[in-house]
Design a binder for this molecule. Structure first.
Ligand SMILES: Nc1ncnc2c1ncn2[C@@H]1O[C@H](COP(=O)(O)OP(=O)(O)OP(=O)(O)O)[C@@H](O)[C@H]1O
Ligand SMILES: [Mg+2]
Length: 229
């Protein structure tokens, strides 16, 4: 599903954030992405959701495919393609990025409202997602009244609204205590068991240390290992 082929990324005026990274992630996998601060984890995820592209000169290539007819190529994708591509992804960040002036229900419903679903369909989908993430009891609450764990569960529900085939999470447990981190991880695991490919960057050895899934390790932009379990 995801192919990085000799990917190198140099930000303006800095060292290589990614240096000749080649890897593949198969459909249906759950993969951890680890490495010290500054190792290039967020940059690698940005390559996958094409927020950044490889260097033009000898920067390599990123391919993300959702079947033979639906392949996004970092070398050829136009901005309009990228917009379409993003709708097939769910993305979760460490700092939640919720809409402060909308309640939990509306934060999750937001992505569905623009896609033209009927309001009864939106309602049942949002209730399903709130049940999945254990947030139903807070459906009328505004983000500033939620705990960190609750906010992240809303962010995950929102990311799953369009039933993405690929979920990308950049340190989704970075701001959470161990119990909440574990709970968020379990939700991502359930999402993966239901068929969504999940790529999760994390510093948290309690999660990847359980040796449940493959781990990619970055070290100063280089892939130090891609087969650790
Ligand atoms: N927009 C940018 N402009 C210039 N340099 C950048 C930019 N984004 C990241 N970098 C640099 O690229 C390198 C990799 O950064 P990246 O954010 O990918 O690391 P990370 O592994 O996600 O770190 P952290 O664990 O702290 O989130 C760092 O040296 C960082 O300073
Ligand atoms: Mg990062």
């Amino acid at each position: 599903m995801i192919h990085l082929h000799h990917v190198t990324k140099t930000y303006r005026g800095s060292w290589k954030a990614l240096d000749d990274v080649t890897l593949q992630i198969a459909k249906g996998e759950f993969v951890f992405l680890t490495g010290a601060s500054g190792a290039g984890k967020s940059t690698l995820l940005k390559m996958i959701y094409m927020d950044e592209r490889p260097d033009l000169f000898r920067g390599g290539q990123v391919l993300v495919s959702f079947g033979r007819e639906c392949v996004y190529d970092s070398k050829t994708a136009r901005d309009s393609d990228i917009q379409k591509f993003r709708r097939m992804l769910g993305i979760v960040f460490q700092d939640f990025k919720l809409l402060d002036d909308r309640d939990v229900f509306e934060n999750i419903a937001f992505a569905l409202r623009v896609t033209g679903y009927k309001s009864s369909e939106i309602r049942s989908r949002v209730f399903e997602l709130m049940a999945l993430t254990g947030i139903s009891h807070r459906r009328n609450a505004f983000p500033h009244t939620l705990s960190g764990g609750e906010r992240q569960r809303v962010a995950i529900a929102r990311a799953m609204a369009n039933d993405p085939r690929l979920l990308i999470a950049d340190e989704p447990t970075g701001n959470l205590d161990p119990d909440n981190a574990q709970r968020v991880f379990e939700i991502l695991r359930t999402i993966n068991e239901r068929g969504t490919t999940v790529v999760m960057a994390t510093h948290n050895p309690n999660l990847y240390g359980a040796k449940t899934f493959r781990r990619l390790v970055l070290d100063h932009g280089r892939l130090a290992s891609k087969d650790l379990i």
